[in-house]
Design a protein. Structure first.
Lengths: 427, 403
C-alpha cells in the first residue's frame, strides 16, 4: 500500500521535509485496523510533503516564503512568448499594495521552466500575507487592466535593458545551439519586448488560469512560524495530490562543433553548457561549480578574464551546468578549452583528501552564505521539491560529500555545447 | 554614555535604557559578558543556523582623524583578511566612522575557532613594508575624497560638523599625515581588547562564544618600518569640488530633550512629506552622538526650478507641515515600517550582529536594539506631534551645495 510513494520506505522522508515528526506516524504503522487510514494519511501527507515544506526557525527575525510554479517560456507558443511571466507579474501587482501594507516585500523571477515568487514577511503578519498570495495565485487569479499595465511597464523596462546586452545575447546563442532555432527552449526565458507589449488582458487572464495551478506548484516557508500552522496554510492552497507536474524537458542535441556569433564588442563571451544526467547529484555538482569558479575567476594570474558565472540550470529533463565567461577575444578559445580540461581532469583523477577537504571547507561556506537569508532558504527548498521531489538541508548534504562523488559528478557530464559571442574569431 | 551617528536607514536612534526586553522580541535573547582579559561579548545564539557572524568594534573616541587612521589600518590588513576568510568559506566586511572601526566576519559555524583567530589577526598591528603603507594611505585618501566630492556626502559632513562639533570635521588631514609612528601610537591607544565589543550571532551556544574571547588579544605588535616616505600630493579632499548636477541642501534640527523613538518616527513622516514636484531625492534621518540627537533632512532639486535655498525652504517646510499630518494611522504605519526594517536587516547572522552592535555602540547598552523596538511600540501620534512641533520652532543648521 505504500508502493508508488516516493521515499515511503521509512520515516526518513518525514524528517527530511519537516523538522517536526508527526506523532501519528508510529501509531498508524502499528495499527492493522488503521491500514486504510494510513494509506489515506500517507497519500495526503506524503504527497503534500512532496510539494511543500516548513523550516521552523524560532531565532530568525523574519519569514521567507517561496512558491515555485513549474511553468514558463518552455510551454508557450511563439505568439505568446512572455505571457506566463507577465501573468505572474500581473497577479502580484494585483495584491502588491496589500502585501506592502502587511510589511511584505515580494519579487518574481522567471526561467524557461519555472516562475518563482519570493516573499519576505514580518513574523506578525506572515500568515495573512501568505494566505493572500496563495489565494491570488491559485484560487482567485484576478488580473485587471491597471495591474496588467503596471506589470507590463515593469517587465518591458527589464526586457529593454536586455536587448542589445551581449550577456543576454550570449545566453540566447547558447540556448539556440543546445536546442535548435525552432525550439521554445531556445527563446528568451521571460519573452521579448515586442511580444510582451502586445499581449492583451484576455490572453494574460487565460495564461493565469491555465498555468498557475496547485498541481504545478511547490512551496516553502522558513522562519519564526509554528510548523503545523504553516503546513495548514500551504496544504489548503496546494493540496496533497502528489509531486508537482513538470513541463516536459527539452530535447537537447548532442554537442556539435563550437559556434561563433559575431558581435561588435570589445570583449568576448564564452558560453558552455554541460548537460546534466536525468537524476543529477545536485550537491556534488554544486561543489563542482564552486571548484570551477575558483579555478577560472578573475585574478592577477588571469588578467584577461573579466567575469565568470557558473550555475546549475534545472528543468524537467535534468538541466545543465552552464558557464559564462567574459574574456579577451584572443583568449576565448583557450579559456573554453581550459574549462573542458578542468572537468575532464576531475572526472579522471579524484582530488586528494587534503585538496578535497580544503575545497569543501571553502565551498561549503560560500553555499551556506548564499542561503543566509530566510527567503533564500525558502527558494532553495521549493526548488528542490520541484526538481528533486524532496527537500534535503544543504548543510547535511555537503557534509556527506566525498571526493569520489565529486569525481563521479564530473564524469557524468558529457561534452558541452560551446558558443562564443564576440568581435572576431578567436585563434 | 557615548553614541555615534547612524542614519535612520538602520533605525539608529537613542533609547532611554531601563525597560526590559519584550517577550515578543525577535532580536534576543542576548547574553552579555566581558570575559577576563577580553572584549565585551554580546552573544545571540541561533541554534538552527549553520553560520556564525562576529562583529568587532573598536571605539575611536578622542584624537584627531580617528576614522581616517583606522581606515589606513584596515586597508593594511584587508587583502590578507579576505584571503584568510575565503579559506574558511567566510566573508568579511570592514567599516570606519569617526567613532568606531568595525571588523566583521561571517562563515560556517564549524569554522568558529578559525574565525576568532582571523579576527584577532585583523585587529593586530600588521607587519608591513613602506610600500604597503603608502598604498593603504592612498586607498584611505581616495575614500576621503569621495566624502567631499559627492554632494550628499559633503552635506552630511557639514551638518555633522554643525550639529556635533566635538566630532572631527574630516579625516583628510589625518590620512595625509599618517606615519609609522602615528599608526603605532594610535593602535596602542585604541586597539586594546578591554575597550572593544564583539557581537557573536549564530549556531553555537552563548557560553562557547563568550569563552572563545577569554584572554583574547590582538596579535603582538609587529615592527613597522621607519622612514615612511612623506605624503605626496595634496591633502585628500582639500581642493576637491563637489560633483553636483543639481542644487542640494540639508537642514539639521537638534533634538535635545525629545523622545528618541518618536524622533525616529518623525523622520519617516517628514520623508513622506517630501515626495512631490520640485524635489528629486530626499531623505530624513535621526542622528545621535554623545547624548545628543538631531533630525537631519537632505534633498536635491528636480530638473527645473529650485535653487539650493529653495530646497532648504522646502525641507524646513516639510518638518513644519508634518506635525499636522502625524495622526494615528500614519504614525502606526511609520512604526510598523521602522520595526520591519530593523527585523529585516537582522534576518541574517551578520545583519543581526550589525543591528545589535550598532545599537549597543550608540546607546552604551548591549540590549539597545531590543529596547528600541520596545520604545517604538510605546510611541504614539501625540508624542510624535509633540516632537515635530518642538523641532519646527527651532532654528536648524543649514548646508547647501550648488552645481
Amino acid at each position: 500500500m505504500t508502493a508508488g510513494f516516493p521515499g515511503a520506505a521509512g520515516s526518513g522522508l518525514v524528517d527530511l521535509i519537516a523538522r517536526r515528526r508527526p506523532r501519528w506516524l508510529h501509531t498508524a504503522w502499528c495499527s492493522a485496523t488503521g491500514a486504510l487510514g494510513l494509506l489515506l494519511a500517507l497519500a495526503g501527507t506524503a504527497g503534500g510533503q512532496n510539494r511543500f515544506t516548513v523550516l521552523e526557525e524560532p531565532s530568525t527575525t523574519a519569514v521567507g516564503l517561496a512558491v515555485v510554479v513549474a511553468t514558463g517560456g518552455a510551454v508557450e507558443a511563439e505568439s505568446e512568448a512572455g505571457a506566463t511571466h507577465l501573468a505572474a507579474q500581473a497577479l502580484l501587482e494585483g495584491i502588491r499594495s496589500q502585501l506592502e501594507s502587511l510589511g511584505g516585500h515580494a519579487s518574481v523571477e522567471c526561467s524557461r521552466s519555472t516562475i518563482r515568487f519570493t516573499l519576505l514577511l514580518p513574523a506578525r503578519t506572515w500568515r495573512v500575507a501568505t494566505d493572500l498570495l496563495l489565494d491570488q495565485l491559485f484560487r482567485r487569479r484576478e488580473v485587471n487592466d491597471a495591474a496588467l499595465e503596471r506589470a507590463r511597464a515593469r517587465v518591458l523596462r527589464a526586457l529593454r535593458l536586455d536587448e542589445g546586452n551581449p550577456a543576454h545575447e550570449a545566453r540566447i546563442a547558447l540556448a539556440t545551439a543546445r536546442f535548435g532555432t525552432d525550439s521554445q527552449w531556445a527563446r528568451a526565458p521571460c519573452g521579448r519586448a515586442e511580444t510582451v507589449a502586445q499581449l492583451g488582458l484576455a490572453e494574460i487572464r487565460e495564461a493565469a488560469r491555465k498555468r498557475f495551478v496547485p498541481s504545478r506548484a511547490t512551496a516553502a516557508v522558513v522562519g519564526p512560524v509554528e510548523a503545523e500552522a504553516a503546513r495548514d496554510v500551504l496544504r489548503r492552497a496546494l493540496g496533497d495530490s502528489g509531486p508537482p507536474r513538470l513541463p516536459d524537458g527539452p530535447r537537447a542535441r548532442p554537442a556539435a562543433a563550437p559556434r561563433f556569433v559575431e558581435k561588435k564588442t570589445i570583449t568576448t563571451w564564452v558560453g558552455l553548457a554541460f548537460p546534466l544526467p536525468e537524476e543529477p547529484d545536485t550537491e556534488a555538482l554544486e561543489l563542482l561549480a564552486c571548484y570551477l569558479r575558483e579555478a577560472t575567476r578573475p585574478s592577477p594570474a588571469r588578467p584577461d578574464v573579466h567575469a565568470v558565472e557558473i550555475d546549475l540550470e534545472r528543468d524537467g529533463g535534468g538541466g545543465a551546468l552552464v558557464v559564462y565567461l567574459v574574456t579577451e577575444p584572443d583568449q576565448a578559445g583557450r579559456r573554453a578549452s581550459e574549462l573542458r580540461s578542468l572537468v575532464r581532469r576531475l572526472a579522471r583523477d579524484e582530488l586528494s583528501e587534503t585538496e578535497f577537504e580544503s575545497l569543501v571547507r571553502r565551498c561549503r561556506g560560500a553555499r551556506l552564505l548564499a542561503l543566509a537569508a530566510p527567503e533564500a532558504r525558502a527558494r532553495d527548498a521549493a526548488l528542490q521539491l520541484c526538481f528533486d521531489r524532496e527537500y534535503r538541508p544543504p548543510a547535511a548534504e555537503i557534509d556527506a560529500l566525498a571526493a569520489e562523488r565529486l569525481r563521479r559528478a564530473a564524469a557524468s557530464l558529457p561534452e558541452p555545447t560551446v558558443v562564443t559571442v564576440g568581435p572576431s574569431r578567436a585563434p | 554614555m557615548k553614541y555615534w551617528i547612524l542614519p535612520l536607514s538602520a533605525a539608529a536612534v537613542l533609547l532611554v535604557p531601563g525597560a526590559g526586553p519584550s517577550p515578543e522580541s525577535l532580536l534576543g535573547p542576548l547574553f552579555v559578558e566581558q570575559p577576563e582579559g577580553g572584549p565585551l561579548v554580546i552573544a545571540r545564539p541561533q541554534p538552527e543556523s549553520p553560520l556564525v557572524a562576529l562583529r568587532l568594534s573598536v571605539p575611536l573616541e578622542g584624537g584627531r582623524g580617528g576614522g581616517g587612521v583606522a581606515r589606513v589600518l584596515q586597508h593594511l590588513v584587508r587583502e590578507r583578511l579576505e584571503a584568510d576568510a575565503a579559506g574558511q568559506g567566510a566573508r568579511v566586511w570592514l567599516a570606519a566612522t569617526p567613532t568606531h572601526a568595525v571588523y566583521g566576519i561571517v562563515g560556517p559555524v564549524e569554522s568558529f575557532d578559525a574565525l576568532v583567530e582571523i579576527l584577532r589577526r585583523a585587529v593586530g598591528l600588521p607587519e608591513v613594508r613602506p610600500l604597503d603603507l603608502e598604498i593603504a594611505r592612498a586607498a584611505a585618501a581616495v575614500e576621503e575624497s569621495a566624502a567631499v566630492e559627492l554632494p550628499e556626502a559633503l552635506l552630511r559632513r557639514r551638518l555633522r560638523q554643525a550639529l556635533f562639533p566635538s566630532l572631527p570635521a574630516g579625516d583628510g588631514a589625518a590620512v595625509h599625515a599618517v606615519t609609522a609612528g602615528l599608526l603605532r601610537e594610535f593602535w596602542r591607544e585604541h586597539y586594546r581588547p578591554e575597550r572593544m565589543q564583539v557581537v557573536v550571532v549564530g549556531g553555537l551556544p552563548a557560553p562557547t562564544a563568550i569563552a572563545a574571547f577569554r584572554g583574547w588579544r590582538p596579535t603582538m605588535e609587529a615592527q613597522l618600518p621607519d622612514g615612511l616616505p612623506p605624503p605626496s600630493g595634496a591633502e585628500p579632499g582639500r581642493d576637491s569640488r563637489p560633483q553636483a548636477l543639481s542644487p542640494w541642501a540639508g537642514v539639521g534640527y537638534l533634538a535635545d530633550g525629545l523622545d528618541a523613538a518618536s524622533l525616529a518616527i518623525s523622520a519617516l513622516l517628514v520623508e513622506a512629506q517630501l515626495v512631490g514636484p520640485g524635489i528629486r531625492k530626499a531623505s530624513a534621518e535621526a542622528w545621535c552622538h554623545s547624548d545628543r540627537c538631531a533630525l537631519v533632512v537632505i534633498g536635491a532639486a528636480a530638473a527645473s526650478g529650485l535653487d539650493a535655498k529653495g530646497v532648504a525652504r522646502r525641507l524646513r517646510g516639510a518638518v513644519s507641515e508634518s506635525a499636522s499630518r502625524a495622526e494615528t494611522r500614519s504614525v502606526a504605519e511609520a512604526r510598523r515600517t521602522l520595526r520591519n526594517r530593523t527585523l529585516f536587516a537582522a534576518r541574517t547572522p551578520d545583519g543581526l550582529a550589525t543591528v545589535v552592535g550598532e545599537f549597543a555602540e550608540r546607546t552604551g547598552d548591549p540590549r539597545g536594539a531590543e529596547r528600541f523596538l520596545d520604545a517604538l511600540d510605546q510611541a504614539d501620534a501625540a508624542s510624535v506631534r509633540s516632537v515635530l512641533r518642538a523641532l519646527a520652532e527651532r532654528e536648524p543648521a543649514t548646508a547647501e551645495v550648488n552645481p
